[in-house]
Design a protein around this ligand. Structure first.
Ligand SMILES: [Zn+2]
Length: 403
């Protein structure tokens, strides 16, 4: 039995806005979309009239750390990226599994409040997966991997990996992936290993690359605050004296392609763009505007990456470096792009990066939808979506109305 969702405006993302339209949903997928009268004639089913609202795909947050939701405003902007790493590490000490599980639950609640239906979440404590309740949203869980020094015993690492990948989880939406943390905490050989595993098992991979100027100096020049800090932690710095950029370092070790989501990519030079353009298969790149502003990084090279044909997505990063998990706020922080292009970054492009048929209203796509009020019928609909500032009260996830 199908359901017809009627709304004053429908923003399919991949097709023009439909006024007085309907989306036909059957089980967990979209069957059809079009003018209401046409859909009513062609499809039997219950009509759910959403009234004066804009119906659009649920938002896709392509980079988040729900573990750190409890760190909201806990760390004021520091003098340097390295100081921020020191500060978050000191906050992490002394927290227990229960604290992180609470943090994750409150992060999910906040994502849902602001219309996010899918999240790519990096999990720093893989052993928590043994106790993780069924997530309320479509979630990709990326297991964070760090081999800067042995943080966990081998046994704990293996238990964590098994907890991550070998437990049956009926009814969970989304998937699993790997996340070598960043080139300064994950070794070249680790990137090589992850590339092989991801390819064999068909997994997504995400990693932080070229986020700060300090990371740039560490790899390019073998100097700077991050270099000095990691040296004191006992990192073997042999890879920092090859005059390679952080991105060139990752590209040297990893087999980059469409399964890869590279977070940040703020510090790129001409040689990085040449490298990116030469890649036969391109990774996606995730920009996190709130976190970017917090750290006062160099301007994100949005126009140049778009011109290079990169699939650009949006993420919030964690509340340790931004104020909100609202993707509406992140969208509003993008300058100089047409509203629809910005909304694509927060829907279709994120779904494409994660490899699922969603982030759009089209036949066959998963029925993950949100509705937001709209009472001025002749306004520009994508612009009205960007201007939305209230919590989202209506959401459909995998064909079921929730909330
Ligand atoms: Zn991050």
């Amino acid at each position: 039995m199908a359901t017809l969702l009627r709304a004053r405006h429908i923003l399919p993302i991949v097709a023009p806005v439909i006024h007085d339209g309907a989306v036909v949903v059957e089980n967990e997928r979209i069957l059809a979309v079009g003018p209401f009268a046409e859909m009513r004639n062609a499809h039997a089913g219950e009509v759910l009239d959403l009234g004066e609202q804009i119906l659009l795909p649920g938002l896709v947050n392509a980079h988040c750390h729900l573990d750190y939701t409890r760190f909201r405003r806990a760390i004021s902007p520091q003098k340097s990226f390295t100081d921020w790493i020191r500060a978050i590490n000191s906050h992490k000490r002394g927290l227990y599994d229960e604290d992180y599980l609470d943090s994750i639950a409150s992060g999910f609640a906040e994502l849902r409040k602001w219309g996010t239906t899918t999240v790519a979440n990096i999990e720093s404590f893989p052993e928590l997966m043994l106790r993780m309740p069924k997530p309320p949203l479509r979630t990709w869980w990326f297991m964070e991997m760090i081999d800067l020094r042995h943080r966990l015993s081998t046994e704990a690492a293996v238990t964590g990996a098994l907890a991550f990948f070998e437990t049956e989880r009926p009814g969970w939406l989304g998937g699993f992936g790997l996340s070598p943390h960043a080139p300064y905490t994950a070794s070249g050989p680790m990137y090589e290993l992850v590339s092989k595993i991801a390819e064999q098992l068909g997994m997504n991979v995400t990693t932080h690359v070229a986020e700060s100027r300090e990371e740039w100096h560490m790899f390019r020049d073998g100097s700077g605050a991050l270099y000095d800090f990691l040296l004191t932690l006992g990192r073997w710095m042999y890879d920092c004296h090859k005059a390679r950029t952080p991105f060139a370092h990752v590209a040297h070790h990893a087999k980059l392609g469409p399964r890869w989501l590279l977070a940040h990519m703020n510090e790129l030079d001409d040689s990085d763009f040449a490298l990116l353009e030469a890649l036969p298969q391109k990774p996606s790149i995730v920009h996190c505007p709130g976190s970017h502003r917090y750290f006062r990084h160099a301007p994100f090279p949005l126009a140049r990456l778009r011109a290079a044909g990169i699939n650009l997505c949006l993420g919030t990063d964690s509340l340790a470096s931004t104020d909100t998990l609202s993707m509406f706020e992140e969208m509003r922080a993008i300058p100089g792009l047409a509203p629809l292009e910005i909304i694509k970054m927060a829907t279709l492009n994120g779904a494409r990066a994660l490899g699922f048929d969603g982030g759009k209203i089209a036949p066959g796509a998963v029925a993950d939808l949100i509705a937001i009020p709209h009472t001025t019928p002749d306004a520009d609909i994508p612009a009205a979506v960007l201007a939305h500032r209230a919590p989202v009260h209506w959401m459909m996830l995998n064909g079921k109305v929730i909330g």
